[in-house]
Design a protein around this ligand. Structure first.
Ligand code: ZN
Length: 166
């Protein structure tokens, strides 16, 4: 358990802490992407990846809400890896170490990756909450945004955008 588990809503922060534990700088998102796809499939959700690695997860509507407009939530998988000069940290191997400092969540000696970890965590927490009533949901997680939107305009992103013009 992470010390972030004391924060609310707890499911969101548990997912965020889990994301922090799996290295995911730009161009090294594969381990995190694989983990998230497995997570989704373990929940019985449809999950697929396109040829550049973008992830699309779908959750069907709550019974009775099938005719509602679908909602798509998008975030990117990669984070900007920066560390303090006195910190030894291999962003491709070492977990980010988040901690709670009053009203702030910080990381020890490195960037936290709240951009876009909290975006991913928010979208996945919505998928994980079976008490919510909702129309069709889609989550799109793109590869390698921080170095130039590598994944964003690729096929899965286009597809999702086309299906959900709003
Ligand atoms: Zn970003």
């Amino acid at each position: 358990m992470s010390e972030l588990s004391q924060l609310t809503p707890q499911p969101l922060w548990d997912i965020f802490a889990n994301i922090c534990s799996i290295p995911h700088p730009s161009y090294h998102e594969e381990a995190l992407a694989t983990h998230i796809v497995q997570w989704a499939q373990d929940k019985g959700l449809f999950a697929e990846r396109d040829q550049v690695g973008n992830i699309l997860i779908r959750k069907p509507a709550t019974p009775g809400y099938e005719n509602r407009r679908p909602v798509a939530m998008q975030a990117h998988l990669d984070m900007v890896p920066q560390k303090n000069s006195d910190t030894t940290h291999d962003f491709t191997q070492d977990p980010i170490q988040p901690w709670v400092d009053g009203d702030w969540v910080k990381a020890r000696g490195t960037t936290l990756g709240a951009d876009n970890g909290i975006g991913m965590a928010s979208a996945l927490a919505v998928l994980a909450d079976d008490s919510l009533e909702h129309g069709p949901l889609e989550v799109l997680l793109t590869m390698t945004e921080e170095t130039g939107y590598g994944g964003r305009f690729r096929p899965a992103a286009r597809l999702a955008a086309k299906r959900n013009p709003h």
